[in-house]
Design a protein around this ligand. Structure first.
Ligand SMILES: [Mn+2]
Length: 378
């Protein structure tokens, strides 16, 4: 049995720019502890982890702060000192291309295997628990790694054991040089048992022949559009079976966003109460208000009243304010806006389900904004 930890895209050193500095520093400090938590998990003898794979973008930049670099090297050294294998592949954020890249400066003492060849190669043959493990990988190097057409010359040696590819790139997606496009058919033909991928931040699993190509997903998020999973990915392989995947929760600051349809509220205080009741001191929250209201919404005032219920709260107002009399008046106009309003009002009055009502309210908001401009505060 072989058990491994598959990490990628930790982006250590990232700090949110949209938050007040003190809080942003706390978020960074919490994010930067993710690797140490992963290492603590791997070092617990109960978990029987043999191998730690880091599939790129360990750091946010190729020049992380020296203190952070030191902590990472120490954490990984604790793994190698206890006989665990560590494989590190540079990514596109922490590119090895540059002379002052952390991976060039620390190459000599980087724990375990640091991949630095620019095209796919067999980078290591390891023996783990009596099994042979063949590792194929590359490090993207600007101007040297050939990405047109997408990388497809994946080597595969003969030999019993576990054939492992580790690549920081785009599976079946050509978004240019630095995204390192990987040809999916060629990966399937290579016949690896597992391809540990990094680059995309959402967890994905692709069947490639008898093996799997997997993005673990980002553990600690980088904002509301890149929210993070809060989970470690563990792989377990036992001949002749396919790799089995497990997820383990890990502490990380998380981002969450949701929509509130304000068209169902009768007044401002009702909306404020709902926001208070959903308060959350752990997660960073972005609320988007949608729909049409019969009362004006002052976002600053709403924030002042509710933000202490949250660790961090952002309110985006995409709702549209129209008093009942305005709405009535406008829907009688012989204009596009008038016909549009009358139509939506009619459909709203007949809407059967909350989903349908929600859809119509969004159509109303978007339609009014498109037709009139309005009080959108995007
Ligand atoms: Mn990344």
């Amino acid at each position: 049995m072989l058990r491994f930890l598959h990490l990628s895209d930790l982006h250590l050193g990232w700090r949110p720019r949209f938050m007040a500095e003190d809080e942003a520093k706390r978020v960074q400090a919490e994010r930067d502890r993710v690797l140490e938590q992963a290492v603590a998990y791997a070092l617990d003898p109960e978990h029987q982890i043999d191998l730690i794979i880091i599939a790129g973008d360990l750091f946010e930049t190729h020049q992380p702060e020296p203190g952070l670099t030191e902590r990472v090297i120490q954490a990984l050294t604790r793994c190698t000192n206890t006989g665990k294998q560590v494989i590190t592949v540079p990514g596109n954020h922490d590119e090895i291309t540059y002379r002052d890249s952390v991976y060039r400066r620390e190459q000599e003492r980087w724990p375990g295997i640091l991949v630095s060849n620019p095209m796919p190669e067999l980078v290591a043959q390891l023996e783990i628990g009596g099994q042979q493990v063949y590792v194929y990988s590359l490090a993207y190097i600007g101007g040297i790694t050939q990405t047109k057409p997408p990388v497809k010359d994946f080597p595969r040696v003969e030999g019993d054991g576990f054939h492992l590819g580790v690549f920081h790139g785009s599976y079946n997606w050509d978004a240019g040089d630095r995204s390192l496009p990987l040809d999916p058919d060629a990966l399937t033909k290579a016949g690896y048992d597992y391809v540990a991928l990094g680059h995309f931040h959402v967890h994905q699993t692709h069947q490639i022949g008898r093996g799997l190509a997997v993005y673990p997903g980002m553990i600690a998020g980088k904002g509301f559009h890149d929210p993070g999973l809060g989970e470690l990915l563990i792989g377990e392989w036992q001949r002749p079976h396919q790799v089995k995947l497990h997820k383990v929760p890990v502490g990380a600051p998380l981002f969450e966003r949701y929509v509130i349809d304000v068209s169902t509220f009768s007044d401002w205080a009702q909306l404020a109460s709902l926001l208070e009741s959903r308060g959350n001191q752990e997660t960073m929250v972005r609320v988007e208000l949608q729909g049409i209201t019969g009362f004006p919404i002052d976002v600053d005032r709403l924030l002042k009243r509710t933000q202490s219920y949250y660790r961090y709260l952002e309110i985006v107002n995409h709702s549209y304010y129209l008093s009942d009399s305005q709405l009535e008046l406008m829907s009688q106009e012989k204009t596009i806006t008038g016909f549009f309003l009358a139509e939506i009002k009619e459909r709203l009055s007949k809407a059967g389900s909350p989903e349908e009502k929600d859809l119509l309210n969004r159509a109303l908001t978007h339609g009014m904004l498109a037709l009139k401009g309005g009080n959108q505060d995007a």
